[in-house]
Design a binder for this molecule. Structure first.
Ligand code: NAD
Ligand code: TYD
Length: 363
């Protein structure tokens, strides 16, 4: 017996930074139901989605993407038209401190989702088979590191992951590719540059520096501060994912980037100036004085840059936000949302900060 799909979407990792922005944006734009499968690790925060309380279109299921029975039963129950897969261990420094969870969630978890999706998809009627999508959310870090003069990463740049995080994401990308080529599962893959914006856990550079600057704590910059990242406002990333989901060609990968390459030291000084402007303290020294160079990350990739011409030419997507405007909005959001900020500074968060930075010295 063949079955047809509903208009629901199964999102994984929807309580994390990008996933929660995606859930909020999707529900604001469509009436389609959304099921969020999230283990609620240290990085998953249901408070990000508190505004959806009582919204019958949204359901949170606390569970593991590695749990094959759970994934199979959610697919059977909701018959989603798409799986949008964000769930991952996502922090490079944690992958250096302890890589095991990265292999489990990013590799095994993605494998399990692909496998259960394939079994579900095989039972669909032809119309539903054609309409179904599995969208795998990945990173530009799979491409390795660029020199100052190298051209930006394109979809044909060879994979050269350098951290356990990047290697686990590269493995998951290859698995996604194989499910399209071997079985025809309608897979789409997106490789995006560094995101910033509301709801980002303050272990990552931008929110960490905003919160430390507010409290006048040291602002840790790894190495010489000249590493370059290509920053994209998270809402632009979510809009790109929605575009690829609706219009992307199956089996293809799409690079997504902000066209905003900045050195880390540039990013940190800009945040200092924004916090000085928004929280002026007449008698105090400029927050730039808090910048502290600390021991570098081992294997620290020097530069990432994305060539996003494929998604722009094929699908018409472009980032709406410039880096300086997006950063201003982001600083303002962290200043305004004090309850959210206090809620994420748990004991586990403090333990990580103390572990990561005490080993680096100087702060
Ligand atoms: P995040 O760390 O903020 O959130 C990850 C979410 O996944 C959390 O809600 C967590 O609870 C959940 N999760 C972890 N393990 C799970 C498991 N086994 N089962 C179910 N849920 C689990 O991550 P993020 O920054 O929002 O990144 C989301 C995705 O986007 C990741 O796949 C990441 O590789 C990719 N990405 C991130 C960036 C970035 O700059 N943050 C850039 C490009 C791509
Ligand atoms: P991060 O936000 O961890 O993202 P990624 O490593 O995935 O690019 O780091 C962004 C850049 O900032 C990266 O070059 C490492 C650097 N960095 C610091 O200099 N200090 C810090 O405390 C952190 C967390 C990152």
């Amino acid at each position: 017996m063949s079955v047809d799909i509903s208009n629901a979407i199964l999102v994984t990792g929807g309580a994390g930074f990008i996933g929660s922005n995606f859930v909020l944006q999707s529900l604001a734009h469509t009436g389609a139901p959304l099921i969020n499968l999230d283990l609620l690790t240290y990085a998953g925060n249901p408070e990000n989605l508190a505004s959806l309380q009582g919204d019958s279109r949204y359901r949170l299921v606390q569970g593991d993407i590695c749990d094959s029975e759970l994934v199979a039963s959610l697919l059977r129950e909701h018959r989603p038209r798409a799986v949008v897969h964000f769930a991952a261990e996502s922090h490079v420094d944690r992958s250096i401190a302890d890589p095991r969870a990265f292999i489990r969630t990013n590799v095994e978890g993605t494998f399990n989702l692909l496998q259960q999706s394939r079994l579900y998809w095989a039972e669909l009627d032809d119309r539903s088979k054609n309409a179904f999508r599995f969208l795998h959310v990945s990173t530009d870090e799979v491409y390795g590191s660029l020199g100052a003069e190298d051209p930006a990463f394109s979809e044909t740049t060879p994979y050269a992951p350098n951290s356990p995080y990047a290697a686990s994401k590269a493995a998951s990308d290859h698995l996604a590719r194989s499910y399209f080529h071997t079985w025809g599962l309608p897979v789409l893959t997106t490789n995006c540059s560094n995101n910033y914006g509301p709801f980002q856990f303050p272990e990552k550079l931008i929110p960490l520096v905003i919160l430390n600057a507010l409290e006048r704590k040291a602002l840790p910059v790894y190495g010489d501060g000249m590493n370059v990242r290509d920053w994209l406002f998270v809402e632009d990333h979510c809009a790109a994912i929605r575009t690829v989901l609706e219009h992307g060609r199956i089996g293809e990968t799409y690079n997504i980037g902000g066209n905003s390459e900045r050195t880390n030291i540039d990013v940190v000084t800009t945040i200092c100036d924004l916090v000085d402007e928004m929280r002026p303290q007449a008698a105090s020294a400029p927050r730039r004085n808090l910048i502290t160079f600390v021991k570098d990350r081992p294997g620290h990739d020097r530069r990432y840059a994305i060539d996003a011409s494929k998604i722009s030419q094929e699908l018409g997507w472009k980032p709406a936000e410039q880096f300086e405007g997006g950063l201003r909005k982001t600083v303002a959001w962290y200043l305004a949302n004090t309850a959210w900020v206090e809620g994420v500074k748990t004991g586990a968060y403090r333990d990580w900060i103390s572990k990561n930075y005490s080993e680096r010295g100087n702060i």
